[in-house]
Design a protein around this ligand. Structure first.
Ligand code: NAP
Length: 284
């Protein structure tokens, strides 16, 4: 797809590595200037180098998503550099998988402060700017784990579940301001976070997604096709299974999807139809 994000600026949290880094490079390829943020300077410099190789501008503004003053500083410096920030990707996050009786309350607080407060901090600080420029796109990184409950996931799952209600409510609240708010919920993605404590055999068995493959899911919401879509919590596994049906558009695959998917999943797929059309066009 061509430079559909040309002229826009994207602020991507957690872009020093993993999914955020892939989104930074992917958005740069689509023409966006990128504000890279995280805490590891060396990793952020590596991202910046690859962003600039795409012929766009990038800037590193470090900070901790848990700290509101640092968040405001990132946004202020980003505005100084680019005048407008059109896209916010709330992606920074982490997990510690432990049974509840082994998780210290401080560790749980740290998960919440990153995965929940961090999203709130950035959204809170950027919305006045997006209102001022008359439009904006916010996309959060959730997780499909909330639909696949299991032991040791309770703290992380609780933090990612919080994004559902946030997304739906804020989506409605900001509709009149031309600001769309959505959450992408990936399954396993091959990143340093995912690889923690895994052997190569375990990774092979799980078969995680490549982080680069997530780019169109996020880019859609900043594109002309997706700009009016808001309040969605996107289950990537449903999108992937629909795309694998091998058709060219939602209208061609709708009946097959109805037959093959569970009724609940089909209901969700119908809500994703514009995104599905975009994904089908993206790599052509
Ligand atoms: N990988 C998966 O399988 C998977 C699946 C579903 C959802 N997710 C979600 O996807 C997002 C990205 O995860 P990932 O797999 O790419 O993990 P990752 O490789 O560990 O990257 C996490 C990023 O978040 C940043 N970060 C973490 N805590 C931060 C803080 N307090 N302040 C500022 N930045 C912070 C890190 O930056 P620094 O290290 O520079 O601080 C890093 O850039 C997370 O929200 C995660 O929950 C991941």
């Amino acid at each position: 797809m061509n430079k559909i994000l040309e002229g826009k600026t994207a602020l991507i949290t957690g872009s020093s590595q993993g999914i955020g880094k892939a989104l930074a490079i992917g958005f740069a390829k689509l023409g966006a200037n990128v504000i890279i943020t995280g805490r590891n300077q060396e990793n952020m410099e590596k991202t910046l180098q690859q962003v600039e190789q795409q012929g766009v501008k990038g800037i590193i503004i470090p900070g901790n998503v848990q700290n509101y003053d640092e968040v405001q500083n990132i946004i202020a410096k980003g505005k100084d550099k680019f005048a407008h920030i059109d896209i916010l990707i709330n992606n920074a996050g982490f997990s510690r998988l432990k049974p509840i009786h082994k998780m210290r309350v401080e560790q749980f607080e740290n998960i919440l402060k990153t995965n929940v407060l961090g999203v709130y901090n950035f959204s809170h600080a950027i919305v006045p700017h997006m209102m001022e420029i008359g439009s904006g796109t916010i996309v959060n990184t959730g997780s499909a784990i909330i639909d696949s409950p299991g032991p040791r996931w309770s703290a992380y799952s609780m933090s990612k579940s919080a994004l559902l209600g946030f997304t739906e409510s804020l989506g409605i609240e900001l509709k009149g301001n031309q600001i769309n708010v959505n959450t992408i919920m990936p399954g396993p993605v091959d990143t340093p976070l995912f690889r923690m404590g895994m052997t190569e055999d375990m990774i092979k068995t799980i078969g995680p997604m490549a982080p680069e493959d997530l780019v169109p899911y996020y880019a859609f919401f900043a594109s002309d096709q997706g700009k009016k879509v808001t309040g969605l919590n996107v289950d990537i596994n449903i999108c992937k299974s629909v795309i694998e049906m091998g058709k060219n558009s939602w209208s061609e695959l709708k009946e097959i999807a109805k037959e093959k998917l569970k009724p609940e999943s089909f209901k969700k797929a119908k809500k994703y139809r514009k995104l599905i059309n975009f994904l089908l066009q993206f790599n052509k």
